[in-house]
Design a protein around this ligand. Structure first.
Ligand SMILES: Cc1cc2nc3c(=O)[nH]c(=O)nc-3n(C[C@H](O)[C@H](O)[C@H](O)COP(=O)(O)OP(=O)(O)OC[C@H]3O[C@@H](n4cnc5c(N)ncnc54)[C@H](O)[C@@H]3O)c2cc1C
Length: 444
């Protein structure tokens, strides 16, 4: 075992980063897998991100005593991604990066790790996974937690040094290192990740522009009034937000020089971060012949079109009984709890994964939380005044809350999630009336 000397992420060397060193990243010398106990079952998990990490843990907690192999293309132990656009970029002193479990845990729990190596094919007929180094792993049941990959921006100049995407720890450390010297930062994409990066870069003292191709921030995932709230928030922190602004090319002289917008404006930048979404990482599943439709299609038991192959997390288009349709979520809660549900189901549990969708975002001093997945965010029932910075809004359908959104009201949203869980009916009048506490309503 040795400390990794050089990590290259999209052209930027980040191995000397203090956080990187303090994390003590290590390569693992893998034993050749030796299957001693032929009588035992073997579960293989492909994708050692948040979902994969939680799944192997849940398999052991569910009492599974067979072999577990966790295969991950990244070289790291499973970790959570939310801090990558927040605490890591803000270089918060003393911040401890959230690996799901330390290395010893996997040893103690007898979970075989294959890290830094991708699975390249699955044979469902032979129940065999092949890895990039040629190793073959037989499986009795397989879980796919392959997540998503950044959506590429296909314009000239994206490959220049100084242009970054953000998905992995290396990406985040590379951006963090670049922020230390950057003066002018351009963020392409005004979605959750783009806006969190913009806020972090501004907090580091950079001049920040956000270029968003549509006419509002955060797209259709929030009501227009909440888009406006975040526009005002960023503008009040002197982030220069340009709506209706596409990008034609990224230019470079001796150094990165800037972007040319669709209207021909040239904007200087010494650091560019692209955040235009992700695409589900379905290549393996597709090649295996599993049903794919905007992700790996699974039922409420996390089961793919092959009953012995399961999937969880960002990569899935899963049936959520509480929403009443298939949905694809890119959120921490779903990655964690769906993975746990899938692991338990693989071990014999009969409980479906059914949970009110939930996610959050932190930008400057504002906390946004979104629950549910309504078809549309039109006709919001408001509780509180958005302009005051404390607000909760509801979408009602036949008296049931199908969506809720809160700004700086995390406690409200916790109660509302409970109310949504029960499926009880509420009137717009009682939800709007702040003299009636949500706690009271949630107990009804
Ligand atoms: C910067 C950032 C900030 C975020 N902030 C928030 C937030 O504030 N709130 C929130 O709710 N959510 C947030 N999220 C979303 C949340 O982190 C994701 O929903 C979650 O990480 C999804 O977990 P996953 O395990 O399904 O997929 P991933 O985390 O993408 O993990 C998939 C893993 O599978 C590996 N893999 C893929 N293909 C193969 C293969 N063939 N062989 C081996 N391994 C493979 C990948 O390398 C990766 O490590 C954020 C995400 C990012 C990137």
């Amino acid at each position: 075992m040795h400390i990794v000397q050089t990590i290259v992420s999209r052209g930027t060397i980040v191995s000397s980063h203090p956080l990187y060193i303090s994390l003590g990243f290590k390569t693992k010398i893998h034993k050749v897998f030796n299957r001693d106990h032929m009588s035992k079952q073997r579960y293989v998990v492909i994708g050692a991100g948040h979902a994969g990490g939680r799944a192997v843990e849940a398999m052991r907690m569910a009492g599974f005593e067979g072999d577990i192999v966790l295969v991950g293309a990244e070289q790291h132990l499973p970790y959570e991604r939310p801090p990558l656009s927040k605490e890591v970029l803000q270089a918060r002193p003393g911040y401890e990066f959230p690996f799901i479990r330390p290395q010893e845990y996997y040893k103690e729990q007898n979970v075989e790790l294959r890290l830094g190596i991708a699975a390249t094919s699955i044979s469902s007929a032979e129940r065999l996974v092949t890895l990039a180094d040629g190793e073959k792993l037989s499986f009795d049941k397989l879980l796919l937690t392959t997540g998503g990959s950044v959506r590429d921006l296909t314009i000239p100049g994206v490959g220049h040094m100084g242009v970054h995407y953000l998905r992995t720890l290396e990406d985040s450390l590379a951006i963090e290192a670049a922020l230390a010297d950057a003066k002018d930062v351009i963020v392409i994409g005004g979605g959750f990740i783009g806006l969190e990066v913009a806020a972090s870069a501004r907090q580091r003292g950079c001049n920040v522009k956000v270029l968003e191709i549509s006419n509002r921030l955060l797209g259709r995932g929030v009501p227009p009034s909440v888009s406006d709230y975040f526009l005002n928030l960023h503008q009040s922190h002197n982030v220069d937000v340009r709506l209706n602004t596409g990008v034609k090319s990224i230019e470079r002289g001796d150094h990165l020089s800037g972007v040319v917008t669709s209207s021909g404006d040239v904007m200087p930048a010494d650091l560019i971060v692209i955040g235009i979404g992700i695409v589900p990482e379905t290549k393996l599943a597709e090649q295996t012949g599993l049903k794919i439709d905007n992700g790996i299609v699974v039922n409420e038991f996390c089961q793919t079109s092959d009953p012995l192959i399961f999937a969880a997390g960002d990569v899935t288009n899963h049936y959520n009984p509480l929403v009443g349709r298939h949905i694809r979520l890119e959120a921490w809660q779903c990655a964690q709890n769906m993975a746990i549900a899938a692991a338990k189901i693989m071990c014999g549990d009969k409980t479906p994964y059914a949970e009110v969708p939930w996610m959050w975002s932190d930008q400057f001093d504002s906390n946004l939380q979104v629950a549910g997945m309504p078809e549309t965010w039109d006709n919001i029932v408001p509780r509180g005044d958005l302009a005051s910075g404390k607000f909760t809004g509801f979408v009602l359908q036949d008296g049931k809350i199908t969506g809720a959104i809160s700004i700086n009201q995390p406690r409200d949203l916790r109660l509302v999630r409970r109310m949504m869980d029960t499926g009880k009916s509420y009137t717009a009048d009682e939800l709007t009336d702040e003299s009636i506490s949500l706690r009271e309503l949630s107990k009804r």
